[in-house]
Write a protein that binds this ligand. Structure first.
Ligand code: NAG
Ligand code: NAG
Ligand code: NAG
Ligand code: NAG
Ligand code: NAG
Ligand code: NAG
Ligand code: NAG
Length: 596
C-alpha cells in the first residue's frame, strides 16, 4: 500500500515545509496536473509525495538487560577509567605501561595527511521537506504487491565504525588493524580514514536523516580501540569512547530508530594481531564494558563481522578461527548467563554463494560444496550444528587446522540466536585448473586451499547479471537458492541479511545529479527484495530482516570511489553534507508497500 508512506502535498513543489509536521496516510499519487498549450497537452509528473518520518521517541516495553547500576557489579573492580589525548608536540617520557606517553607510542608509526576539519559533535539540522520529495515513479516494474512482510521484519541500513567515523586519533582512540590503510608511512595511495564521513561528529545528523526518511533500524559498529585503546584485558578503559556510543544509542531511540550493534567490524586493536590466543580474554573484557552499559537498550548484537573470510587478512592462520569462535561463545554465554540479557546475539558471515558452473558435472558440484564448506561450514558446523570443522578443510594438507575438541564444540554450539550473513551476490564454481586434490596437496597453487575456480560468467558465456564496480551484480536469480542453502544446511531459526548492496560502475565519476538518480542500485535492491518475498512465501524460509549496505558513501577499505551509499557525502563543502539518493526512497517505499 503506497498510501502508508504518502503525505498530501501542502504547497508548491520546492517550498520548504518541515516533513515531520505533515499528515500521514492519505492517498496521494504522483501529481498529474494536465496543461494545454493549444497544439499539444502535457501531463506533469513531478512528485508531490513526501517521505514520512518515524514516530519518536522509541521506548521498549521492557529493557533487554539490567540497568548499568545493577549490571556494573559484573565488571572487574580494579579497572582504570581514563582518557588519552595525542599531542603531536608532546615530549615522550617513560610513564609506565599505560601512561600518556605509552599511549602516544602506540601511534608512533601512524600519521595522516588529512586532519578532521571540526572536532566536536554537530547539532543536527531538521531535514527540509524539499529534500524529502519522492523521485519519479518507477514505471512498469513487476510488483508482488500481495506478498507481505511480517510486522516485526527488521529492515534498515548498515555501516561500520572505521569506514565512516574519521577522527582516528581523537578522544583517546587507540590504533586499529585497519589504520595503516592510507597512513602516510604505508605510502600506499589509499584514501586515509582520518576524515572518512566524519560520522564520529555527525552521527546525530546521520540518525536524524534516517528518521526523517523513515528508516526504522540502524546497524552500526563500535570501535573496540575507542573503548580499549591498548586492546588488552586489564588495560585502561577510555571514558570518552564509552560516552560516545552511549549517546549514539540514545540518539537512535530519541529519533525512533532501533539500534543493532556490532562489537567488531574488522577494526581490532592493533595489538591483537600479534597473538590471537589472547583474543577471547581481550574481547570479553571489552564486551563486558559496553554490554553492561548499553544492553538494556539494544535488542540485537553481532559479535564479529565476516570472520569466515578473515584468514590471510585479519588472521594469519586457520586456527585463529578457533579463537574467534571461542571469543564469540564467551561473550554469548556471559551475556545470556551472567548479564541475563534477553536480546539476541549472532556473528555475521560473508557469503557469495558458489553454485556449480555446470550442475550436470559432478566435479563442479563437488567444487561448489567444497567452497561452501570453506566459507560457511567452517564456522556454521560448530555454531549451528554442533559439528566438527568440515572434513574438506581438516583434510587439506598444510592447512594446519586443528580439529575442535568435544568440549570446544559443546561450548560453541548454539551460541547464535539466528543466522546473519552478507549475500551480496552469487558466483559459479568449478575445480581449480590442477583439479581439487592435486591443488589441495600443493600449497603453492594460487587457488589453494579452497582449490575452486570462481567466476561470474555463466557456462554459456553470458555474465550472470549487470555488474557493479567491484563484485556485486544484479542477479536476483540466486537469492532464493542462497537462502535455501542456508535454511536446509544449517537449520537456523531465522536468517538476517545483514548486508547487501551495489556500487554502480564508475559511479564517483558521474555528476552529482546523476549519482543521486541511482537507478541501478534501486533495481538491485528491488529485485533482491522481491526474491526475498518469494523465499518467505513460496519456499518457507524464515527471513527475519534485511540491512542495506550502506546508508552513505564511505571508505571501502582504502577507496572513496567504490560507492555503496544510498546517500552521498560532499567531501569539499566543509560540512561533509549528505544528500539522499533515489535508492533510499525506493528502498523505504518497498517496505511500506509490502507491510502487512
Ligand atoms: C585486576 O584483578 C584481576 C582479578 O583479580 C587480576 O587478574 C588483574 O591482574 C588485576 N589487574 C590489575 C591491573 O591490577
Ligand atoms: C614502529 O615501527 C618500528 C620499526 O618497524 C617497530 O620496531 C615498532 O615496534 C613499531 N611500533 C609500533 C607501536 O607498532
Ligand atoms: C613512498 O613512495 C615514494 C614514491 O613512489 C618513494 O620515493 C618512497 O621511497 C616511498 N617511501 C616509503 C617509506 O616506502
Ligand atoms: C567436468 O568438469 C571438469 C572440470 O572442469 C572437466 O575437466 C570435464 O571435462 C567435465 N566433464 C564433462 C563431462 O563435461
Ligand atoms: C603449516 O605448517 C607447516 C609446517 O610448520 C608450514 O610449512 C605451513 O606453511 C603451515 N601452513 C599454513 C597455512 O600456515
Ligand atoms: C604447485 O603449484 C605451482 C604454482 O601453480 C606450480 O608451479 C607447481 O608445478 C605445482 N606443483 C605440483 C607438484 O603440481
Ligand atoms: C559539494 O558542495 C559544493 C559547495 O556547496 C558544491 O559546489 C559541489 O558541487 C558539491 N559537490 C558535489 C559532488 O555535490
Amino acid at each position: 500500500m503506497r498510501s502508508l508512506s504518502c503525505v498530501v502535498a501542502l504547497g508548491v513543489a520546492g517550498v520548504s515545509q518541515p516533513a515531520q509536521a505533515s499528515p500521514v496516510a492519505q492517498e496521494s499519487p504522483a501529481s498529474r496536473t494536465s496543461y494545454s498549450y493549444g497544439s499539444f497537452s502535457y501531463t506533469q509528473v513531478t512528485s508531490t509525495r513526501y517521505a514520512t518520518a518515524l514516530s519518536s521517541p522509541l521506548a521498549f516495553a521492557t529493557p533487554f538487560a539490567p540497568a548499568f547500576s545493577e549490571a556494573s557489579t559484573l565488571l572487574p573492580s580494579n579497572v582504570t577509567y581514563t582518557t588519552y589525548a595525542l599531542l603531536p608536540s608532546q615530549t615522550i617520557t617513560p610513564d609506565g605501561q599505560y601512561g600518556q606517553s605509552a599511549y602516544a607510542a602506540l601511534w608512533a608509526n601512524l600519521s595522516y595527511t588529512s586532519a578532521p576539519p571540526f572536532t566536536t559533535t554537530v547539532t543536527p539540522t531538521p531535514v527540509p521537506s524539499s529534500e524529502l520529495v519522492y523521485p519519479p515513479t518507477l514505471y512498469n516494474r513487476i510488483d508482488y504487491a500481495d506478498l507481505k512482510l511480517p510486522s516485526d521484519f527488521i529492515w534498515g541500513v548498515a555501516a561500520s565504525a572505521w569506514q565512516i567515523e574519521g577522527g582516528l586519533q581523537l578522544e583517546g582512540r587507540g590504533p586499529s588493524a585497519l589504520d595503516t590503510i592510507g597512513a602516510i608511512q604505508s605510502n600506499d595511495s589509499s584514501s586515509d580514514a582520518n576524515i572518512a564521513d566524519l560520522s564520529y561528529f555527525l552521527y546525530k545528523e546521520d540518525i536524524a536523516r534516517l528518521a526523517a526518511i523513515g528508516v526504522p533500524y540502524l546497524s552500526f559498529s563500535i570501535s573496540w580501540p575507542r573503548i580499549v585503546p591498548f586492546g588488552v584485558a586489564g588495560s585502561p578503559i577510555n571514558t570518552e569512547g564509552l560516552q560516545h556510543y552511549d549517546d549514539v544509542i540514545n540518539t537512535c531511540l530519541e529519533y525512533g530508530i532501533t539500534p543493532i550493534v556490532t562489537l567488531n567490524h574488522v577494526d581490532m586493536p592493533l595489538s591483537q594481531l600479534s597473538d590471537f590466543s589472547t583474543l577471547s580474554e581481550n574481547f570479553l573484557y571489552y564486551a563486558k564494558q559496553v554490554m553492561t552499559r548499553y544492553a538494556d537498550r539494544v535488542p540485537y548484537w553481532v559479535t564479529f563481522n565476516e570472520p569466515n573470510i578473515g584468514v590471510g587478512t585479519s588472521f594469519s592462520s586457520w586456527n585463529d578461527l578457533t579463537h574467534v569462535l571461542t571469543a564469540h561463545a564467551a561473550v554469548y554465554h556471559w551475556y545470556k548467563e551472567e548479564l541475563q540479557g534477553t536480546g539476541q546475539i549472532t556473528v555475521k558471515f560473508a557469503n557469495n554463494l558458489a553454485v556449480p558452473l555446470d550442475p550436470s558435472n559432478s566435479t563442479h558440484v563437488d567444487a561448489a560444496l567444497r567452497y561452501q564448506d570453506f566459507i560457511l561450514g567452517i564456522m556454521g558446523n560448530p555454531l549451528f550444528l554442533g559439528e566438527q570443522y568440515p572434513s574438506e578443510a581438516l583434510n587439506t594438507p598444510n592447512l594446519n587446522l586443528t580439529a575442535l575438541t568435544p568440549d570446544q564444540i559443546s561450548t560453541i554450539h548454539g551460541t547464535v540466536d539466528f543466522w546473519a550473513f552478507d549475500p551480496y551476490v552469487a558466483q559459479f564454481a568449478s575445480p581449480a585448473p590442477a583439479g581439487i586434490s592435486a591443488c589441495a596437496a600443493n600449497q603453492s597453487d594460487r587457488a589453494w586451499p579452497e582449490c575452486v575456480a570462481t567466476t561470474m560468467i555463466q557456462a554459456d558465456g553470458w555474465l550472470m547479471g549487470d555488474m557493479s564496480n567491484a563484485y556485486a551484480a544484479i542477479a536476483p536469480q540466486y537469492v532464493r537458492q542462497q537462502l535455501g542453502y542456508i535454511w536446509d544446511t544449517f537449520n537456523p531459526s531465522g536468517i538476517l541479511v545483514a548486508e547487501f548492496g551495489f556500487n554502480p560502475f564508475a559511479d564517483s565519476q558521474r555528476d552529482s545529479d546523476a549519482q543521486r538518480y541511482d537507478l541501478e542500485r534501486t533495481l538491485y535492491y528491488q529485485d533482491f527484495l522481491e526474491e526475498i518475498l518469494k523465499a518467505i512465501h513460496e519456499d518457507g524460509v524464515n527471513v527475519i530482516g534485511t540491512l542495506a549496505w550502506s546508508y552513505l558513501d564511505n571508505n571501502e577499505f582504502g577507496s572513496y570511489a567504490n560507492q555503496y551509499g544510498m546517500q552521498s557525502v560532499n567531501r569539499t563543502d566543509g560540512s561533509w553534507s549528505r544528500r539522499y539518493k533515489r535508492s533510499l526512497f525506493d528502498y523505504v517505499d518497498f517496505f511500506h508497500e509490502h507491510s502487512a
